[in-house]
Design a protein around this ligand. Structure first.
Ligand SMILES: Cc1cc2nc3c(=O)[nH]c(=O)nc-3n(C[C@H](O)[C@H](O)[C@H](O)COP(=O)(O)O)c2cc1C
Length: 367
């Protein structure tokens, strides 16, 4: 795996202190003017997020059930970003024992990796397993954690005790404030273009809502090419978390038909389905999705509406979807076309090595 060093932190402070010359995707046109001097985005590669995570490029290879496999996580980290382990994907989909999977990643890169802790307390057994995974990850030197759903305080306590950091997934100010009260160090701002569970706000609006909180805010959603990456940095985000862009890579174990569907898809092919978990999840529109529809059946809808029954309903939907998504991601025939993907697919035009993506994006930000 290519181990080229991209953007050493030491280089990052040398840019002249002048205002950005652009604020939109037109930023990529600036290099001729910026010439020999590093421009404003160069400095932004070295920020509170990259420094504390110990990485060179503010790009997170987002956790993805069922698409995160060890080779992909390692490739993003090795190129200077940070790949995130999704424990259920690692074990249930890709068949690794959790610790053995971490060690496989370690053989591929010595650079920092992160772990996703989905901490919704759906069952005691699941919670105990997540606690164990977090402990094993800490023992193996993982120091960057992304928590999703639930209350992150217990993860924060354990991770801070060994000097690590915790970022929490949020879709609006209310959840951001709550998670900061629980001690998280940064926020993953999930917007309305994100793959997986989509938020409701645009990237711009969400940043405006969260920027006063004085912690690094990462943009999750809609970034499929380097122009969008630069645009998000220019808005003020400390970095981006990308999902779909990293599925269409050589290292991702997703099937070729899934990768091809991402390369082919436009924004219009992305639909929001409530059948996966009871809340909107971005899917690529395919014959399977059309057949199933985007809403759960009437009995399930009734259960989702009830105060007591909604947790059972969500768990049932999720268990069914986990099986369906696992079967689809590994199916090379393409007949199980049940694939997640957000609107960032519009910026993805080829399957390429994950490291090339990280390096190309970093280079665009340095212009
Ligand atoms: C196939 C897929 C699976 C995902 N699974 C998870 C997950 O298990 N946990 C999580 O926190 N986020 C998950 N996400 C969200 C991503 O980590 C990331 O935030 C999101 O994909 C960013 O949007 P983008 O796809 O437009 O880049 C998933 C996204 C995709 C596309």
């Amino acid at each position: 795996m290519a181990g080229s060093r991209v953007g050493r932190p030491g280089q990052a402070a040398v840019g002249p202190a002048r205002a950005p010359r652009c604020t939109g995707s037109g930023c990529l046109m600036v290099p001729a003017e910026a010439g020999k001097r590093p421009g404003p985005y160069h400095r932004r590669l070295d920020n509170a997020f990259t420094r504390r995570a110990g990485i060179e490029v503010p790009i997170i290879g987002g956790p993805m059930y069922p698409c995160s496999n060890p080779e992909l996580v390692a490739a993003v980290s090795e190129a200077g970003g940070i790949g995130i382990v999704q424990p259920i994907s690692l074990t249930y989909v890709h068949g690794h024992d959790f610790r053995e999977g971490l060690r496989l990643i370690r053989r591929l890169t010595a650079k920092p990796i992160g772990m996703n802790a989905l901490i919704e307390k759906s069952s005691r057994r699941y919670h105990e397993r997540m606690v164990r995974w977090v402990e094993l990850a800490l023992e193996d030197g993982v120091r960057f954690f992304i928590t999703s759903m639930g209350k992150p305080a217990w993860v924060v306590r354990r991770v801070h005790a060994v000097g690590g950091v915790v970022y929490h997934d949020v879709t609006e100010l209310k959840w951001a404030t709550k998670s900061l009260d629980e001690g998280v160090d940064g926020l993953i701002a999930v917007n309305n273009r994100a793959g997986g569970h989509a938020g409701r706000r645009s990237a711009k609006r969400l940043y405006a809502e969260l920027s006063h909180l004085k912690v690094p805010v990462i943009c999750a959603g809609g970034v499929g090419n380097e122009a969008e990456f630069v645009r998000m940095l220019s808005l003020g985000y400390a970095g981006v978390q990308m999902g779909a862009r990293f599925i269409a890579t050589d290292e991702c174990r997703a099937s070729q038909p899934y990768k091809d569907a991402i390369v082919r898809a436009t924004e219009r092919d992305i639909v929001l389905s409530e059948r996966v978990s009871g809340t909107p999840v971005s899917l690529i529109r395919t014959p399977s999705v059309d057949r199933q529809g985007l809403r759960p059946g009437p009995a399930m809808r009734w259960m989702l509406g009830g105060k007591r029954t909604k947790y059972v309903a969500r768990t049932l939907l999720l268990l069914r979807s986990l099986r369906q998504l696992k079967a689809a991601v590994l199916d090379e025939s393409g007949s199980r076309d049940f694939w997640q993907g957000g609107k960032s697919v519009a910026g993805v035009h080829s399957v390429e090595p994950a490291g090339d993506i990280v390096r190309r994006f970093a280079a665009a930000a340095r212009l």
